[in-house]
Design a binder for this molecule. Structure first.
Ligand SMILES: [Zn+2]
Length: 306
């Protein structure tokens, strides 16, 4: 059967929506789709559920515009997992279709569709919202949404104490006027609060690292450490020890401190600096990450007290 998601190409919201439509028709009994909210430029923020189980996991990508290869990776995972369920393949001697009767993985592949559009095509227009005619020179390095707010500095976890040297809209690192001031972050926040997710994975780029700790303590620290070590072995990525006073505001920071369940920020690809990850790294990235969802799903089933 011809593959739907073609990973080694530029990828934006339009292409993704086209693929989602095809995936939903091919795997109608396995995948479910919903829109969790709308971006500043009113693009629907898509969420796809793989499986029908009661235990829920969330994975998402492209909070940061230039990191759009994380959306490709997640879309590729959706297709591969759906195919494995349909063909009743096994993972570590467990039938994958039975695993997904017990677990659902919710995937939000592109949290920041407007930003991705700008990085890829310059069609989305941050200057319309920011009156900054020099904005185009930041196109390649753009991380923020179109209003110049860094969506991964928007979550209510020690937001007040985030380094606020950047006081106005910018291509990166501006935390915004208030927590959850941006519709993209608010959509993911509300969606997450309305569910009972056991684990969360935030995909970012680059550096081949996993952030997992933030200010975690006690039983959660223990559980998160076990999972972080296993994810490190699975991906080959190194674990990051946070600073003494880590800066908050990220989805993972918020999930750990407020939802009080393990959460991981996984940075794909060798460090590439302030630009998109080159497509030549994709095959590696896929091999390193394709089992992440299956691993967490199986772990959730094997540890019923979690
Ligand atoms: Zn990022």
């Amino acid at each position: 059967m011809e593959k739907i998601v073609v990973p080694k190409q530029n990828y934006n919201d339009k292409k993704m929506k086209h693929d989602i439509k095809k995936l939903l028709s091919r795997y109608s009994d396995i995948l479910y789709h919903t829109v969790i909210g709308y971006s500043v430029e009113e693009r629907g923020i898509d969420a796809i559920r793989v499986g029908t189980g009661e235990k829920e996991i969330i994975m998402h990508g492209s909070h940061h515009a230039r990191e759009w290869l994380t959306s490709v990776l997640l879309m590729d995972m959706i297709e591969w997992y759906a195919q494995q369920i349909k063909e009743k393949e096994t993972y570590q001697s467990v039938a994958i279709n039975e695993l997904f009767d017990k677990v659902s993985i919710w995937i939000v592949p592109m949290v920041n569709p407007d930003g991705v559009e700008f990085v890829q095509t310059a069609k989305s227009t941050p200057n319309r919202h920011q009156a900054n005619d020099k904005i185009k020179k930041y196109q390649e390095a753009w991380k923020a949404n179109v209003r110049g707010v860094d969506l991964n500095r928007q979550y209510p976890a020690d937001w007040d104490t985030i380094d606020d040297r950047i006081q106005k809209p910018a291509f990166a690192n501006y935390k915004g006027p208030a927590p959850l001031s941006e519709p993209e972050a608010l959509s993911l926040y509300s969606f997450t609060c309305a569910h009972n997710f056991l684990y969360a994975v935030s995909y970012h780029a680059s550096g081949e690292e996993i952030f997992w700790k933030y200010k975690t303590e006690g039983a959660l620290l223990k559980e998160a450490a076990i999972l972080a070590n296993k994810l490190s072995i699975l991906t080959g990525y190194s674990l990051v020890a946070p600073d003494e006073n880590p800066s908050g505001g990220g989805f993972t920071d918020w999930f750990l401190t407020e939802i009080k369940r393990p959460a991981f920020t996984i940075e794909i690809a060798p460090y590439v600096g302030p630009r998109a990850v080159p497509l030549k790294y994709y095959d590696h990235i896929w091999r390193e990450n394709c089992y992440v969802g299956l691993f967490l799903a199986k772990y959730a089933v094997d540890h019923p007290n979690a």
